[in-house]
Every structure is written in structure tokens, then in C-alpha cells.
Design a protein around this ligand. Structure first.
Ligand code: HEM
Length: 271
């Protein structure tokens, strides 16, 4: 069969912020007003940074690209998950300013955040409800990619990265649940750690690692806190970076009902 010669897609347009600065008014009629300078400030900053980093090429590659016909609202679920994660990261930083991960102070510090700290109840609520929102969104996003067949060649690796992200998201919920250190979180976490211990081969090691020793105690709480606020968020952030790199490199999958349009000249060649 003769090899089909596909037309090269046009390059994405250069966004206005990266276009060369227009001639300054003083280069034309000699009158520069502060407003003219202010209008150009953004372009100059971008130019200044780009001259020293050459990042505009990477930014164009990442952000300005064609998407398949039929792209719809379901394609926003991945970005929605990412924003839910960012909400968790930002609200988590503020909670960490007041939270104390010691068995004697944890409950009291969580109570202080809710009842006394400025906007504490709001920030804690955003973090608590945000965690459920992130879990729901990650499942919906996974369902979208599954039903649209986006796990198939060449995106298998991105699906695997996604599965790890899903597990890490669940681990965030699990490790965060202990932190208020009330009766419910304490006993629920003991049950969860014991369930982990029943897993084949790695189960007992996993529950020992989570418990940070043979007994459930002070070291368990610090371990859960370190896992919740440093280890897992760091891994999630790095893997989201890899996930998005692969999305940008491979492009998104067209909806399964979308059929490719064949250029008329190619149709003739095929016949
Ligand atoms: C923290 C969790 C996650 C974040 C922030 C995230 C983010 C994203 C974003 C922004 C996109 C591009 C837009 C879109 O198609 O929605 C995407 C695509 C994709 N994601 Fe995720 N994702 C996550 C978890 C997952 C999970 C759990 C899976 C599956 C197990 C998965 C599999 C995929 C695949 C296969 C694509 C390519 C879609 C396509 O080609 O149409 N992701 N992800």
C-alpha cells in the first residue's frame, strides 16, 4: 500500500504576551505617557525573563495546542481534579500553621482552628470538603478516560501514572483522617491500619510502617502527619507534572463516536 503523505499541521499562534513589543511612542512621535509604559510593562517582563531562560518555547509547546473535534465538558475533569489538589495544598498550608501533631495537643489545636482562629472554620471546611471533592473528581476523571478509551496505545503509561495518582489520593484521605485525633478518627484509623495488615506478603510490613512501631501511639500520629503533609503531596505534585507532560506530548483522545475526516486528495490516493 502506498505511504500516505499527511499534511503538516500549522504551528500554534504566538500568544500576544510573547509577541515583540510594539514600537514605543517615543520612537515614533517622541511622546511617552506613563500609561504607555504601564501598558508595555507586562511584555517587557515576559521579554526580560524569556531572554534569560528561553522559556517561551516551552510555554508555547505546553499551552497552545490543537484539541480533537468533539472535545467536551468531560475533558475538564482532569483539570478540575488538579484544582481540587491545589485547593488542598493551599488550605493545608494554613492549617499547618496552627495544627500540632502531638497526641496531647492535636485535638485541641484542631478545635482552636475551628472555633477561634481567624477564618479557621472556613479554611478547615474547605480542606475537609475539598478532600471529598477531589476523590469524587478523580474517579469521574478516571471513568471519562476509561469510557473514551484513553488508556489505549500510546497512552498506557499515562493510565499507569493515573492509577498511582488515584492510590496516592486515597492515601491522602486515609492519612488525613487521623489528624483531628478524636474518637472517630482514632478508632477508624486503627481499623484501617489493621485491614492493611491483612494484605498478602507486604501487609504486615505496611501496617508496621504506618503504626510506626508495634503500638498505636504518639509516633503513629507524627508518621501520619509526615506522610500527609510532605511525602504524598510531593509525590502527587511530581506525578501530576509527569501526567501533564504526557498529555501535552501525546494529545488528548477524541471521543469514541468521532470519526476522522479524510482530506479529499488523500481519499483519491487511497481509492
Ligand atoms: C490527581 C489526580 C489526577 C489529575 C490531577 C489528573 C489530571 C489530568 C489532566 C489535566 C488531563 C488532561 C485533560 C483531561 O483529559 O481531563 C488528564 C488526562 C488523562 N488522565 Fe488524568 N489526572 C489524575 C488522575 C488520573 C487517573 C486516576 C487516571 C486513570 C487511572 C488518569 C488517566 C488519564 C489519562 C489516560 C489521560 C489522557 C486522556 C486523553 O488522552 O484523552 N488520570 N489527567
Amino acid at each position: 500500500m502506498p505511504k500516505l503523505k499527511l499534511p503538516k499541521p500549522p504551528l500554534p499562534p504566538i500568544p500576544p504576551a510573547f509577541q515583540p513589543a510594539p514600537p514605543r511612542p517615543d520612537e515614533t512621535d517622541g511622546k511617552t505617557t506613563p500609561l504607555d509604559v504601564a501598558k508595555e510593562a507586562g511584555t517587557h517582563v515576559v521579554d526580560w525573563v524569556d531572554e534569560r531562560t528561553s522559556l517561551s518555547g516551552a510555554a508555547r509547546w505546553m499551552m497552545f495546542r490543537k484539541v480533537p473535534k468533539g472535545t467536551n465538558w468531560f475533558y475538564t475533569l482532569g483539570s478540575a481534579t488538579m484544582f481540587a489538589f491545589l485547593n488542598q495544598a493551599v488550605t493545608g498550608v494554613f492549617l499547618a500553621m496552627y495544627y500540632d501533631p502531638s497526641p496531647t495537643h492535636a485535638y485541641e489545636s484542631a478545635r482552636y482552628i475551628t472555633n477561634e482562629a481567624f477564618l479557621g472554620e472556613f479554611v478547615r471546611g474547605m480542606h475537609k470538603w475539598g478532600s471529598s471533592v477531589m476523590v469524587i473528581l478523580v474517579f469521574l476523571h478516571m471513568a471519562r478516560t476509561f469510557f473514551f478509551g484513553a488508556y489505549k496505545y500510546p497512552r498506557e503509561l499515562n493510565w499507569v501514572v493515573g492509577v498511582v495518582l488515584l492510590i496516592l489520593t486515597m492515601l491522602m484521605s486515609f492519612s488525613g483522617y487521623l489528624l483531628p485525633f478524636d474518637q472517630r478518627s482514632y478508632w477508624a484509623t486503627i481499623v484501617g491500619v489493621n485491614i492493611n495488615g491483612t494484605g498478602p506478603l507486604v501487609g504486615p510490613y505496611l501496617s508496621d510502617f504506618l503504626r510506626a512501631g508495634p503500638e498505636f501511639g504518639a509516633t503513629t500520629l507524627s508518621r501520619f502527619y509526615a506522610i500527609h503533609m510532605m511525602l504524598v503531596p510531593g509525590l502527587i505534585a511530581a506525578l501530576i507534572g509527569l501526567h501533564l507532560y504526557l498529555v501535552a506530548k501525546l494529545g488528548t483522545t477524541a471521543p469514541p463516536w468521532q470519526r476522522a475526516e479524510i482530506e479529499p486528495e488523500l481519499r483519491e490516493e487511497r481509492a
